[in-house]
Write a protein that binds this ligand. Structure first.
Ligand SMILES: *Cc1c(COP(=O)(O)O)cnc(C)c1O
Length: 352
């Protein structure tokens, strides 16, 4: 057997996550990964790298718990939000036996992590308003150990209805974990489910420093859940998941002075998002701009491929959603600086 044949069949069949970075492009304006357009400037406070890091850096755990309004026992620090997704699947889903369920169009990593673990993916599409189809989900729950929902949803930008998520938590009680992916929650903090942890032992919340905190390069995320669930995930996480430099900067990012900076940055993004939405919807090339609660907008064009390619050739790299379920001719754009937004609008105007 050759090396490929030696690898697991599900890995042979795997389509890896198409990260914005892997898709490439020769860009001068990068608005395809929902990153912050500007980098914060932190300095490393220590130099000693000869020792292993703390398995769970205490300053980060406590800083994030205070920020999120939960206790330290409710926090697991992970290597990006993506590691939290993987840990939940690894800890709760038996390969070749159990399933996860998610609701497309949504974030691609739920499927990739499940397929890597040889866990079945069940899908129940969002409805025409990008909301959950609860009855259909309930009918599909056999064998499902984790349901992944994303709110605000990537790539559509909308929040899922709070009452629907509560019903989902209730119908899955004692059967499955409900993972609420709150990667973008800083852009609509009042919608968080963190204050529901005390009511639902099967709730897990994914958070990250990659988006509103402007630290995608740091690779730092969190799972928020009840202590019992956190303890289970702690058993399967790598022994030293958070590098010393990442923990150092993450702790600084969670200090009160920086939280004020994050809030201001969020407000600027919301202002730019409003401006960008108003401009886009007025363009003849654009058919619809979907409402967003996050740092990106989904918009539908007469000819999405044409707009995406024309911008790509100009070095403006957006995220094509044409192949995502029910998103024909749609493009996702990260809200950049005001200047970046202006340049994108000008560029689209020139496409005929
Ligand atoms: C960006 C993102 C994440 C996590 O990203 P990390 O960089 O791994 O923290 C998780 N879920 C969604 C929906 C995202 O968009």
């Amino acid at each position: 057997m050759n090396t490929t044949q030696l690898s697991r069949p599900n890995v042979q069949a795997l389509t890896p996550y198409q990260s914005a970075r892997k898709l490439g492009g020769n860009g001068t304006i990068w608005l395809n990964a929902n990153e912050s357009p500007l980098s914060p400037n932190f300095q490393l406070s220590g130099k000693d790298l000869n020792r292993y890091p703390e398995p769970q850096p205490q300053a980060v755990v406590e800083g994030y718990a205070a920020y999120a309004g939960v206790n330290a026992e409710n926090v697991l620090v992970t290597r990006g939000g993506d590691e939290g997704i993987e840990l939940i699947i690894r800890a709760f889903c038996e390969p070749a036996h159990d399933a996860i369920l998610f609701c497309p169009p949504t974030y691609g990593m739920y499927a990739v992590s499940a397929e890597t673990a040889n866990v079945t993916c069940k899908t129940m599409p969002l409805d025409a308003d990008f909301q959950l189809n609860l009855e259909a989900i309930e009918a599909q729950l056999d064998g499902v150990k984790a349901v992944f929902v994303c709110s605000p949803n990537n790539p559509t930008g909308n929040l899922l209805k709070r009452s629907d998520l509560i019903k989902l938590l209730q119908m899955t009680a004692g059967k499955a974990i409900v993972v609420v992916d709150e990667a973008y929650i800083e852009f609509c903090p009042e919608a968080s489910f963190a204050n529901e942890l005390q009511n639902y032992p099967n709730l897990a919340i994914i958070r990250t420093l990659s988006k509103a905190f402007a630290l995608a390069g740091l690779r730092c995320g969190f799972v928020l859940a009840n202590a019992e669930l956190i303890q289970i995930l702690s058993k399967v996480i790598a022994p030293y998941p958070i590098p010393v430099p990442s923990a150092d900067i993450a702790a600084q990012a969670l200090a009160d002075t920086n939280l004020t900076v994050v809030k201001k940055r969020v407000q600027t993004t919301l202002d730019n998002r409003q401006w960008l939405a108003d401009q886009l919807v007025a363009l003849p090339q654009v058919e619809q701009v979907f409402p967003s609660e996050a740092n990106y907008l989904l918009f539908k064009c007469q000819d999405g491929e044409k707009v995406f390619k024309a911008l790509w050739d100009l070095g403006i790299i957006l995220r094509d959603q044409n192949k995502a379920l029910n998103l024909q001719d749609c493009i996702r754009i990260t809200v950049g600086t005001k200047e970046e937004c202006e340049r994108v609008v000008e560029a689209i105007k020139q496409i005929n």
